[in-house]
Design a protein around this ligand. Structure first.
Ligand SMILES: *[C@@H]1O[C@H](CO)[C@@H](O)[C@H](O)[C@H]1NC(C)=O
Ligand SMILES: *[C@@H]1O[C@H](CO)[C@@H](O)[C@H](O)[C@H]1NC(C)=O
Ligand SMILES: *[C@@H]1O[C@H](CO)[C@@H](O)[C@H](O)[C@H]1NC(C)=O
Ligand SMILES: *[C@@H]1O[C@H](CO)[C@@H](O)[C@H](O)[C@H]1NC(C)=O
Ligand SMILES: *[C@@H]1O[C@H](CO)[C@@H](O)[C@H](O)[C@H]1NC(C)=O
Ligand SMILES: *[C@@H]1O[C@H](CO)[C@@H](O)[C@H](O)[C@H]1NC(C)=O
Ligand SMILES: *[C@@H]1O[C@H](CO)[C@@H](O)[C@H](O)[C@H]1NC(C)=O
Ligand SMILES: *[C@@H]1O[C@H](CO)[C@@H](O)[C@H](O)[C@H]1NC(C)=O
Length: 803
């Protein structure tokens, strides 16, 4: 229902007829596609001398396929040209490259839709051929030997400039540049940030661009060499390098010096322009870069924000300490331009929480490292505190008489060797609790003294705990602690520090004698007998998972029922999403982690526990965040604990109604899919940072709007992103999250995915299709938006079926 399976067996008959048809037409090892013939599946054509091969390929571990040209017989595919670089297909056996009678070459995808075409028409019909030549050029022409070229791949290079006819320049007929553009990353040949172009204004010259800015310039072409890059001419592997201008085009071309030496120019995904030659035996068969410009760290923004570039290292880019790649998938594939972020942005009141990390031997300039300000202060200390005072200040430098502070993102930091005099000390703001430069000192001191101190502390703590608690509760509960009421009262300072108030009771902060913080929930409405209470508590106590809040113990004295949990430092998700006045907000990456973590916790409850547990009350208030902003689901199992009271509690809790599945109202049996529904509603809030209950300005209901826009892809859903994020999010993740959310809130519980599937969707392991529009969202208007549920229809039976 939700997945696009990779191999659709339905299509097998078609596939076979295809292959058969094909076999009779394209002979093995041919270099030609004739009219009406198709190239499909794993079939290829090979140039006459066997140098190049053309067919479908898939870059790296990507699941996308492209038509491309590569050197035949190399262990590692070196792709020199890609046809459909912007429009991948997913199944080459159901797609075909076809030469039509009018001379047009087209790529048809699985749905027989033309996704790429040469747009060419031959004058003479029926006789056109598409030929892969030995210089790597793919041409359509009148006949095998005809000089009349109708279309050629050399007019549309991707990231590689080949010798023997490959060109870079200007097409005067079409008024188009013929230029190279980098692949986005190792698995995506779509045009990346960098391009290599030729400009002519009187004289010709070559340039590298990052879309907006020129970052390398060859100098003028004098007719024999470039003024600023004469090395190209001295290169032993190339000859006949020259500039030619005719009525139709102007271009640079070159030849290889020795026809047996393979050579190529290309623009790398990290913005470097390189010339390679193939070495047959030095010391192994491989490509050797003979020439490259500019140096890696001179490519502007190559490492993105909050990263340093090191010329001598591979990979060159490293996130600053305390930062991590913003889009780790791209980072792993060699595209660093998204840069790095702090996991969750936090700026303490007055900045006391923050400190600075000193990065020595850092080269930076004041122009292209981001927004900087010079301040008129006298000392390092003043410079530092000026930066601390403003939450937007991310770094400062004080060089003896000048104080410069950076506002917002910092770019183009270059890490130099320790003795390099060009660098200075650059100070980047980090969280005090984060890993600072003092850590190494700590380790030394800590290792010696720490061990004994630790031993001592543990002993004291154990002794105190022994004294403190009544004893371990010896049910099947394992390690649950049975607390005395008076101890809990003391540890919570007489219930003075209230953390929150839910339907089941209020939660208070406390601390154990070993100073571990705890959260104590004082249950109200619990009318259960002691035996049953103990039984239920021991069940809950056995449930332990990294994404579930752990029950440490409980207290039962007379009417009093208390539960003691691990304390979660970062409070509830609700705080982080909706507190307007806080300057703490969750970055997209943290939010996505929370979505996956919550799904894991729920999946554990639904499928991995001995008795399946339905949470029944999933909402942001019940998702707690630990020190590292990992999600921990709280309040599970309480439905059972409270018995029949539960349904009454649920309906009276403010805020819960918005998350309830329709079956709660219709009176149908409640299954784990009711949690899936609430989880879907929760996702909408995490994405948008707004409560589902709030209507949009035009009176629309948010989930309904998302469901409507889902078909518009990544662009369609980015508008729903929380404005606090300012568009900083991986669009593919946002789209995935929106689709998952809409699948989860399907009317029919059978159509909702299990939490296990949700995890796989979010992790991108399984593709997810566009969900149908949930019926109950139809006609959602101002009047119906807050789920004006007819609560009195509820009966306590609904609850008994929930546990
Ligand atoms: C090409 O695909 C066919 C059909 O799936 C398969 O039987 C054959 O082994 C493949 N050939 C190669 C060289 O991968
Ligand atoms: C063919 O024409 C379409 C539509 O004008 C255009 O998008 C596409 O880039 C063209 N293909 C080539 C290879 O120029
Ligand atoms: C060329 O195509 C026309 C129709 O498009 C057909 O009648 C004719 O037989 C074809 N000629 C050859 C040589 O295939
Ligand atoms: C041509 O363009 C280059 C780079 O943009 C510039 O440096 C040079 O001065 C220009 N020459 C003329 C004659 O305009
Ligand atoms: C220039 O283009 C025209 C029209 O396509 C063509 O007839 C002519 O042969 C071309 N000239 C050269 C030198 O390629
Ligand atoms: C082929 O690629 C692998 C993995 O990237 C690399 O380790 C190996 O050295 C490459 N081989 C050649 C001949 O370039
Ligand atoms: C190109 O580099 C300049 C800095 O030299 C930077 O300001 C600009 O944002 C970059 N362009 C893109 C598209 O990243
Ligand atoms: C921080 O500095 C920036 C740039 O000077 C300024 O626009 C902003 O208002 C300052 N913020 C605070 C809280 O002072």
């Amino acid at each position: 229902m939700y997945l696009k399976t990779k191999s659709t067996y339905l299509y097998l008959p078609i596939l076979f007829s295809f292959v058969l048809l094909f076999e009779t037409r394209l002979s093995e090892g041919t270099n030609v596609i004739a009219i009406g013939q198709t190239l499909s599946g794993n079939k290829t054509i090979v140039s006459k001398e066997g140098t190049f091969e053309l067919g479908f390929f898939t870059p790296g571990k990507s699941r996308n396929y492209y038509i491309g040209i590569w050197y035949k017989d190399f262990a590692n595919k070196t792709v020199v040209w890609v046809a459909n670089r912007n429009h991948p297909i997913s199944n080459p056996f159901h797609s075909e490259l076809k030469l039509f009678p009018n001379g047009n070459l087209a790529l048809l995808n699985e749905a027989r839709i033309q996704i790429w075409s040469s747009n060419s028409t031959a004058k003479k019909h029926n006789s056109t051929l598409a030929i892969l030549l030995d210089n790597g050029n793919f041409v359509t022409r009148d006949s095998q030997e005809s000089a009349n070229i109708i279309w050629q791949s050399f007019d549309y290079p991707t990231d590689t400039w080949l010798p023997g006819g490959g060109k870079i320049g200007y097409n005067k007929l079409k008024k188009e540049n013929i230029y190279l553009s980098s692949w986005r990353n190792a698995e995506d040949p779509a045009p990346g940030l960098f391009s290599f172009e030729v400009e002519t204004n009187g004289t010709a010259h070559m340039l590298l661009y990052n879309r907006t800015k020129r970052y390398w310039y060859s100098g003028e072409w004098t007719g024999t060499s470039f003024v600023l890059a004469p090395e190209i001419q001295r290169n032993p592997y190339i000859s006949n390098f020259g500039y030619f201008s005719s009525a139709n085009e102007s271009k640079f071309t070159y030849d290889t010096d020795n026809p047996k030496t393979l050579t190529r120019f290309m623009i790398d995904k990290t913005g470097q322009y390189r010339q390679f030659a193939w070495r047959e035996s030095f010391p192994e068969r491989r490509w050797v870069a003979n020439w490259l410009r500019p140096e890696q760290c001179e490519v502007p923004n190559v490492c993105g924000a909050f990263a340093t570039c090191n010329q001598l290292k591979a990979p060159s880019c490293t996130c600053l300490q305390g930062y991590e790649p913003r889009v780790s998938k791209n980072w792993d594939l060699g595209d660093y331009t998204d840069g790095c972020i702090k996991r969750a942005f936090k700026c303490g009141v007055g900045g006391e929480e923050d400190t600075f990390l000193s990065i020595k031997a850092t080269r930076f300039s004041f122009q292209d490292t981001g927004d900087s300000l010079s301040l008129d202060v006298e000392s390092d200390k003043e410079c530092k505190s000026a930066c601390l005072r403003n939450c937007s200040c991310t770094a400062y430098v004080f060089d003896g008489d000048k104080c410069v502070v950076w506002i917002g993102e910092v770019y183009n930091l270059q890490q130099l060797g320790p003795d390099d005099k060009r660098g200075g000390v650059f100070r980047v703001r980090i969280k005090k609790s984060g890993k600072g430069s003092k850590i190494s000192v700590w380790i030394v001191v800590g290792a010696v003294g720490g061990f004994f101190a630790f031993l001592g502390m543990v002993t004291v703590a154990i002794l105190q705990l022994r004294k403190w608690k009544v004893g371990k509760y010896n049910g099947s509960a394992g390690d649950l602690v049975l607390f005395k009421y008076k101890d809990i009262k003391k540890s919570t300072k007489d219930f003075s520090e209230k953390l929150g108030e839910g339907g089941f009771g209020a939660v208070f902060r406390g601390s154990l004698p070993d100073s571990r913080a705890i959260a104590v929930k004082r249950l109200k409405n619990s009318k259960q007998g002691e035996k049953q209470f103990r039984a239920e508590v021991s069940t809950i106590g056995q449930i332990q998972h990294i994404n579930l809040v752990r029950l440490q113990g409980f207290c039962i004295e007379g009417e009093k029922r208390l539960l003691v949990f691990d304390y979660m430092k970062n409070g509830s998700l609700e705080n982080h999403l909706f507190r307007q006045n806080s300057n703490v907000f969750l970055e997209w990456k943290a939010r996505y982690n929370i979505m996956i973590g919550t799904a894991r916790g729920l999946n554990y409850l639904h499928e991995k526990c001995r008795d399946c547990i339905i949470h029944c009350d999933i909402k942001p208030d019940n998702i707690l965040l630990d020190d590292e902003y990992n999600a921990k689901v709280a309040d599970f199992g309480l439905a059972k604990l409270l018995g029949r009271e539960f349904s009454r509690v649920l309906t009276t809790i403010r805020g819960t109604r918005g998350y309830l599945a329709p079956e709660w109202i219709s009176g149908e049996a409640i299954t784990v899919k009711a949690d899936v529904f609430s989880y879907g509603k929760l996702l909408f809030e995490i994405i948008s940072g707004r409560r589902n209950m709030e209507l949009l300005d035009d009176g629309d209901y948010f989930p309904a709007l998302v469901a409507k826009k889902l078909s518009e892809g990544e662009e369609g859903v980015m508008q729903f992103l929380d404005q606090k994020l300012q568009g900083v999010a991986d669009p593919s993740e946002v789209l995935r999250a929106c689709r998952v959310a809409c699948w989860c809130i399907q009317d029919d519980e059978k159509n909702r995915p299990s939490m296990g599937l949700v995890i796989q969707f979010l992790e991108g392991i399984i593709e997810i299709e566009i969900p149908p529009f949930p019926r109950f969202l139809h006609g959602f208007t101002k009047d119906t938006a807050d789920h004006t549920i007819v609560f009195h229809q509820w009966t306590s039976e609904t609850t008994s079926s929930s546990s």
